[in-house]
Design a protein around this ligand. Sequence first.
Ligand SMILES: [Zn+2]
Length: 191
Amino acid sequence: MGRIYVADALRKQGIAVHAEDGWMTRGSSTGFAPRGVALHHTAVRSSDADPYPALEVCRNGRPDLNGPLCHLLVGRRGGIHMIATGRANHAGPIRASGPMPDGDGNSLYVGIEIDYHPDYQEVGLEQRRSALIAAAVILHSLGQRSASYVRGHLEICDPPGRKIDPSNFRTSMDGARRSIQDAMNARGWGY
Ligand SMILES: [Zn+2]
């Protein structure tokens, strides 16, 4: 298994999808066997005028960490940028959480980065909605029927406390999972 292609499925959900050049071949297919979805915030301040300021770093990485750094980036206004279909450096070493095992988070999870800075702003309402629908779409593409396969980076990071994202997310991760399960059930993707 490896690579996820969900752009068309996201468009069918009414989400504005931006396909970044090269996204369909970005990230290695080896060492990538995702079973769940990890949610993150970028800790970059966004606005309606500058809705996805972390796009370039998500695509190309940083001096200390090679890109891609996620699969999908959700902008302030709810648009989604397709960054990569293969392995991305978003999670690092992880502990077990819910039904998901410990191990290599970059192999086990599809990564959704949500572009906002929790010290300065809550996640945007449309932004949050798009992120949760995207999580449902990806779970469906992975053959999962339970939202329990969506975890926050703060829930899986090893050691605990290494990460806090997503924070200022208007809900707990349990609340996010309830919304995702509702979205899956409404589409016939749940139980
Ligand atoms: Zn994170």
